[in-house]
Design a protein around this ligand. Structure first.
Ligand code: C2E
Ligand code: CA
Ligand code: CA
Length: 587
């Protein structure tokens, strides 16, 4: 035995008292710790962004946080340790934050808990909130449920998903959504049944946008989107593919005639004038159509072929629709080649101006020459403007080309006798640019050509919107002494009100009217009225495209001031106008 220490009763008592005091202090410290921890725990629990509730193996609440109560409109008296899941659900039913059968729901949850895996679900509450619930089993056979309100996150995600598939300006589906939609339609509901894809492009939108300003351009695009939407059934799609390009896919078609009537309906709807911010805006559009299954059974093929058909429609003169035809692809490639060549035509000096005489019908003298552009293509030879001017407009080259034309025409005309004028064609998309007056006065000064010897021909496309910038440019030119002619009258909307919108010096009646003279009494009467009105307003009238003596006789009878046409002369190269004039004078 080791040497045991014998303590007396008093010592023992002291020792015990000391131990008890020590133990008590330890316990108190421990309790303080626990208390502190509980405070921290509660603080943490009640500051969670998620609602949390812990259940034991019998489905009774062990603990629950304030957030949980707040989320579901519950009180601590309703949910406390010992409450059952069913009771909690009944309270939620009463507070409107649960829809369903509490008993059945509780049975389902309790049935799932023993499988020691966390289960997650997303529920929509009757009030529209979306809650993500995660049930995680605890070692004590119960579970901890966390409830997270993900309504905002969901909304943001939906918004992002919507934005990825829709166009922000018009809120119409975009190209990505169109492809999805088409792919779905082609592989499911409409497999093998005809379906038409229409690719639409507003004519001259860029000109409009530049002259009216982008806010009005945007407004117009929205209005166009609305009208398109009204033209097709709800279950078909209208999409915006780019700046001024839209697509319509129609499913309820049986024949080509149905496609034609859809295209016509759309064109008619868009041609009704738009009233935007005090402007009356006239819009026309070109349409390319591809039809499944003939022109493709895949979304991409249909989209591409409708696009090719659209290019054809634009090349054929705009305001038209065209169906896809095989061979368009090859034509498209040659168009691309033409674009490329056009880009280098100016620096390579491939342009030339030809001149066509204009004859005064009372004096029988040549009064002026109209300059028309010719392109000497390195491989193809001479190309007429009808084939490349619209491409130059589309690819943004028209200003540079127009500038060259203005300078060249002024320079060449300066060498002619003083009484001869020169007329220049200016594209609408060029004319709306702000620097036109400066360009023209610069060219006149450089060539020493007096302004009254220059005439600018514009088409009514410039006036369709009676836009202030275009009119201001025309007014400035006129103030400088340059004459302004309204060209191709009779090809577009042909409103006589143009003559009141701007004080034109000359009206050139399009050759399509002249061609019909003599065959058609109605066009005779129309032209007679036009010529009379023009004369009353002191506006010179020119008959374009006179090819035969018979037409010339009609033109004289109608009282035109001037004529122009192959009957007298085709446009001739820059060195030839004076020889032509001498030959004409000699009879
Ligand atoms: P436009 O202003 O109407 O020019 C007259 C066009 O009619 C010319 O065609 C001319 O050759 C043609 N023409 C004249 N008399 C007759 C005739 O008796 N019968 C027939 N069948 N045709 C006749 P061109 O040179 O091919 O020009 C076509 C259009 O291209 C012009 O029509 C004009 O709008 C545009 N254009 C021509 N030059 C320029 C230019 O320098 N700049 C711009 N922006 N456009 C131009
Ligand atoms: Ca012209
Ligand atoms: Ca013309």
């Amino acid at each position: 035995m080791t040497d045991a220490v014998c303590l007396g009763p008093e010592q023992l008592e002291e020792l015990v008292a000391a131990r008890v005091a020590q133990r008590t202090a330890q316990l108190q410290a421990h309790e303080q710790d626990l208390h502190n921890q509980t405070i921290l725990f509660n603080a943490a629990l009640n500051h969670m962004s998620q609602g949390l509730v812990m259940f034991d193996g019998q489905g009774r609440v062990v603990i629950c946080n304030q957030r949980y109560l707040d989320m579901y409109g519950l009180t601590p008296a309703q949910v406390h340790p010992g409450s059952t899941l069913v009771e909690v659900l009944r309270h939620r039913l009463a507070s409107g934050s649960f829809a369903g059968d509490p008993e059945a729901y509780a049975r389902e949850i309790l049935g799932r808990i023993p499988g020691a895996r966390t289960s997650k679900r997303i529920v929509e509450l009757p009030d529209g909130r979306t809650i993500a619930i995660s049930n995680q089993p605890t070692p004590a056979a119960g579970w901890v449920a966390t409830h997270e309100d993900i309504t905002e996150r969901r909304r943001a995600e939906e918004q992002i998903a919507h934005m990825a598939r829709h166009d922000a300006l018009t809120n119409l589906p975009n190209r990505a959504r169109l492809r999805e939609w088409l792919a779905h339609a082609l592989s499911h509901a409409h497999r093998g049944r005809p379906l038409a894809m229409l690719h639409l492009d507003l004519d001259h939108f860029m000109t409009l946008n530049d002259s009216l300003g982008h806010p009005i351009g945007d407004e117009l695009l929205r209005a166009v989107g609305d009208r398109l939407r009204e033209c097709v059934p709800d279950n078909d799609i209208v999409a915006r593919l780019g700046a001024d390009e839209f697509a319509v896919v129609v499913t309820n078609i049986e024949s080509v005639d149905d496609c034609v009537s859809v295209a016509t309906r759309i064109t008619d709807a868009i041609r009704v004038p738009f009233e935007i911010a005090g402007h009356t805006i006239l819009v026309d559009l070109s349409i390319g159509i591809s039809v499944a299954p003939d022109d493709g059974t895949e979304a991409d093929a249909l989209i591409k072929n409708a696009d090719l058909a659209l290019s054809r429609a634009k090349a054929d003169g705009r305001g038209l629709f065209r169906f896809f035809e095989s061979g368009m692809d090859a034509r498209m490639q040659s168009r691309r080649k033409l674009e490329l060549a056009l880009k280098t035509a100016l620096p390579r000096e491939e342009f030339e101006l030809f001149y066509q005489p204009i004859i005064n019908l009372s004096t029988n003298q040549i009064t002026s020459f109209e300059a028309v552009l010719r392109w000497h293509h390195p491989e193809r030879g001479l190309i007429l403007p009808g084939e490349f001017v619209f491409i130059a407009e589309e690819i943004g080259l028209i200003s540079a080309i127009g500038e060259w034309v203005v300078n060249q025409a002024c320079k060449e005309a300066a060498s002619w006798p003083d009484e001869l004028k020169v007329a220049i064609n200016l594209s609408p998309s060029h004319l709306v640019r702000p620097n036109i007056p400066a360009l023209i006065s610069g060219a006149l000064a450089a060539a020493r050509l007096p302004p009254h010897r220059l005439e600018i021909e514009v088409t009514e496309a410039v006036l369709l919107q009676a836009t202030e910038p275009a009119l201001a440019t025309l007014r400035k030119l006129r103030e400088m002494g340059v004459r302004i002619a309204l060209d191709d009258f009779g090809t577009g909307y042909s409103s006589l009100s143009y003559l009141r919108t701007f004080p034109f010096d000359k009206l050139k009646v399009d050759r399509s009217f002249i061609k019909d003279l003599g065959e058609d009494d109605q066009s005779f009467a129309i032209i007679e009225a036009i010529v009379m009105l023009a004369h009353a307003l002191n506006v010179t009238t020119t008959a374009e495209g006179v090819e035969t003596e018979a037409q010339l006789a009609h033109v004289r009878r109608l009282g035109f001031t001037e004529m122009q046409g192959f009957l007298v002369s085709r446009p001739v190269p820059g060195a030839k106008p004076m020889p032509v004039r001498r030959a004409f004078a000699a009879g």
